[in-house]
Design a protein around this ligand. Structure first.
Ligand SMILES: Cc1cc2nc3c(=O)[nH]c(=O)nc-3n(C[C@H](O)[C@H](O)[C@H](O)COP(=O)(O)OP(=O)(O)OC[C@H]3O[C@@H](n4cnc5c(N)ncnc54)[C@H](O)[C@@H]3O)c2cc1C
Length: 400
């Protein structure tokens, strides 16, 4: 039976995250939006101290953790991504690494100085079509090292990962002719010669978070840094071992992106409701729809869309916490939340008029921040394609 009930500890954690979002994060939100590449040092330090007390920063897996992320992003989605964390790199290690690799690579995130992890899949010629990646990993049998060459772009937290004692999980092909079967994840640790950050993007939203390009130029890493098996199984199926690991990572991260989207969406909804209340315009629930004003209908439609996306997110997260296969549900949650956040934030700006458009308030920023959730970790279209394939039982080749 599906059960979204929270333990008292989880509820306390969510309440604390909300309080922090309101008192610590919101007051600095505009500043770091307007000072894109400036590091929020005090905030990072405060988050690091908090993690040290709470036992580390490795990605949480349950309903409680996803609701905490939602509250963090209700505060600021960009700053949430700046908090020290193993990030998507940690998710990839959990999805693909052996127990020994998980222990070895993830333990650093609870020790010493603040650290970050990231994941690099996207390349100039490979975005939605991940199988088109050109970055290569060749085994040097004399030294027993992998030699990586290629360019990875748009890596969330890429710069912080390489500048701290963190890591980036890089997807590379061990055999370009093998397509998806040749794709493998490799851990590139910060400070490895041949791995350099080339540039950091200037962005529309989540501007507190760094999005970087990583150049791999004869970058040598130990043999053990491959996650999973190096074997290339040329079976005629889209679910080859290497690619399956990529999908397993996304099954973990897509519900989290959905939670992030919902945090931004709820921030906008709350702003609309509070503003209307201040203006003496209450939302009259329980009336038949023909008796509602246009603004009441709009708010209720936004709330319904939010709750539908929230329920999908909770289901996908709960299934993940129970180690149940959740690919369909993760893509559903991500696709729906991406659409909902873009719609809610834009609608809220429209409804609030000048208050929505002015930089005096954060609403216009949330509209910019929200859109990314419909782009990274598989665009809305790609996630809907996955949902359609799974429901209609089509293969990747049959439904492109
Ligand atoms: C701020 C930011 C952070 C990011 N962080 C990371 C990260 O940490 N790691 C990482 O690896 N990548 C990251 N990305 C990259 C992101 O995952 C890609 O941008 C995304 O996968 C889309 O790829 P693309 O940009 O090449 O667009 P394309 O794949 O070229 O798509 C362009 C448009 O075409 C649509 N489209 C493509 N194929 C189809 C299809 N078959 N059917 C219907 N529509 C289709 C897409 O939905 C999209 O609307 C990030 C991007 C941004 C902007």
């Amino acid at each position: 039976m599906i059960d979204f009930e929270l333990t008292p500890e989880e509820q306390a954690m969510i309440d604390a995250a909300h309080k922090e979002a309101l008192e610590v994060v919101r007051p600095i939100s505009r500043y770091y939006d307007e000072h894109e590449h400036e590091s929020p040092k005090d905030f990072i330090e405060q988050q690091w101290q908090q993690q040290a007390q709470g036992g580390g920063s490795i990605l949480g897996l349950g309903v409680g953790a996803s609701l905490r992320i939602l509250e963090n992003c209700w505060g600021d989605a960009g700053l949430m991504l700046v908090a020290p964390s193993s990030g998507l790199g940690g998710a990839a290690i959990l999805a693909s690494g052996t127990q020994e690799q998980q222990a070895n690579f993830l333990k650093r995130f609870g020790e010493g100085e603040p650290k970050w992890g990231a994941m690099a899949m996207t390349e100039p010629g490979a975005g939605s079509d991940t199988a088109a990646i050109q970055t290569t990993a060749v085994l040097d049998t004399e030294t027993n090292e992998w030699v990586l060459n290629g360019e990875k772009i748009f890596i969330t937290g890429g710069q912080r990962s390489m500048e701290s004692d963190g890591l980036v999980v890089v997807w590379a092909t061990v055999d370009r002719t093998a397509g998806r079967a040749g794709m493998k994840p490799f851990v590139v640790e910060a400070g490895t010669p041949g791995a350099t950050i080339d540039k950091v993007e200037n962005k529309l939203g989540i501007r507190a978070s760094d999005t970087a390009t990583l150049i791999l130029d004869n970058c040598r890493i130990p043999y053990e840094n491959i996650l999973g098996s190096p074997e290339v199984r040329r079976v005629d199926s889209s679910q080859t071992a290497g690619f399956k690991r990529a999908m397993a990572t996304f099954d973990m991260t897509r519900p989290i992106i959905a939670a992030m989207a919902l945090g931004v969406g709820r921030a906008s909804l709350d702003f609309v409701r509070e503003t209307l209340e201040k203006e003496g315009i209450p939302i009259r629930y329980g009336l038949p729809s023909h008796k509602l004003t246009a603004i009441e209908r709009d708010v209720m439609e936004m709330e319904a869309a939010y709750k539908a996306a929230l329920t999908l997110m909770l289901r996908a997260t709960w299934m993940m916490s129970q180690f149940q296969p959740n690919s369909l549900e993760a893509s559903m949650a991500k696709a729906k939340a991406g659409i909902v956040v873009a719609w809610i934030t834009q609608k809220a700006v429209e409804m609030m008029g000048p208050l929505g458009y002015s930089r005096k308030y954060l609403l216009e920023k949330w509209m910019r921040d929200g859109k990314i959730n419909d782009i990274f970790e598989g665009t809305g279209q790609i996630n809907m394609l996955i949902v359609a394939r799974r429901i209609l039982d089509y293969t990747r080749e049959e439904l492109k």
